[in-house]
Design a protein around this ligand. Structure first.
Ligand code: NAP
Length: 301
């Protein structure tokens, strides 16, 4: 029987794995697709202390290498639920069941969809949720970015270097993003802001040809000729499979010890109800969760 199953291989899960190996807990990390999580989609990370600038891909590879060098076992499979049996946890996957004393849920989150006509139809044909992945396809073209948070503005700054003209469509007249990102974006010549505006429709034939936006203040609609629409309007937690207490958006509620409403089940990183979702905060969560799991296992004897 295992001491710990970590679900999810992003920064929170891999950090929990590193700590668990050092605590000598018998651990398996389960990952659905690719180890690394959302960090891998980030062009450049500039707020990981000690490294002024590093690509998301490289930082996540370093996390993985570190965890593996300590002997962390990584397996692939999708978790469908967590049951209880004789005071132990049973992690149910598409391939079977795993018995464990404790579980850390570190499944992160995924981009939120806007739900406008054309969004699903043109996904992969001009509609994207990842600038780093799809940006190079729009070299020299005109594109539009929706959102005013850190992700939207960071991605807009990155994309502005590749594309001809870039429109940022934001529903308010003020950005939510960090001030340093705002200042950088405002100083870039090929970025134009469309304030107090909503993207209402994406149109085209074989691919995106234009986006229709609605200005809430003037009440007017405008068609903008673009070949790419990048949507960054927040994130949805990957927590559907686990039956623990969550907030109104589905993020898992924990206390400061990362304990969820169910004994022996901990949560860490972006899937948790937390005021800040960063690599730095995910890593801190992962360390605490592994420490608490170790304490729990020690108490169980
Ligand atoms: P976010 O901060 O929640 O921002 C979402 C943005 O989308 C907001 O500007 C919001 O507008 C807008 N929005 C939401 N629903 C919308 C809708 N239906 N229609 C139009 N606009 C909509 O999400 P995020 O930018 O993905 O960031 C998530 C977390 O990751 C945050 O904690 C962020 O700080 C962190 N992050 C940090 C970095 C970094 O480099 N430090 C990079 C990326 C992400 P309103 O502003 O009007 O609400």
């Amino acid at each position: 029987m295992l001491d710990l199953v970590i679900i999810g291989g992003g920064p929170a899960g891999l950090t929990a794995g590193i700590y668990a190996q050092r605590y000598m807990l018998k651990t398996v990390l389960l990952e659905k697709q690719l180890v690394g999580g959302q960090v891998q989609l980030s062009d450049v990370i500039e707020n990981w202390p000690g490294i002024k600038s590093i690509s998301g891909m490289e930082l996540s590879e370093r996390f993985e290498d570190h965890a593996k060098s300590l002997g962390l076992k990584i397996e692939y499979g999708e978790v469908t639920g967590i049951d209880e049996r004789d005071g132990k946890r049973v992690v149910k996957t598409t391939d079977g069941e795993i018995e464990t004393r404790t579980v850390i849920v570190a499944t992160g989150a995924r981009p939120r969809e806007l739900g406008v006509p054309g969004e699903r139809e043109f996904r992969g044909k001009g509609v994207s949720y990842c600038g780093t992945c799809d940006g190079p396809l729009f070299r020299g073209k005109d594109v539009l970015v929706v959102g005013g948070g850190d992700t939207a503005i960071k991605e807009a700054i990155y994309l502005s270097k590749l594309v001809n003209r870039l429109y940022v469509v934001h529903r308010r007249d003020q950005l939510r993003a960090e001030k340093i990102l705002q200042e950088r974006a405002f100083s870039i010549e090929n970025i134009e802001f469309k304030w107090s505006s909503l993207l209402t429709r994406i149109e085209g034939k074989d691919g995106v040809e234009r986006a229709i936006i609605h200005n809430k203040k003037t009440g007017k609609d405008e068609a903008i000729e673009v070949e790419g629409v990048f949507i960054f309007v927040g994130i949805v937690p990957n927590t559907e499979f686990v039956d623990v207490e969550k907030d109104e958006w589905g993020f898992i509620k924990t206390n400061q010890r990362m304990e969820t409403s169910r004994e022996g089940i901990f949560a860490a990183g972006d899937c948790r109800a937390t005021p800040l979702r960063q690599i730095t905060t995910a890593v801190g969560d992962g360390a605490i969760a592994a420490y608490m799991a170790e304490q729990y296992v020690a108490r169980m004897g």
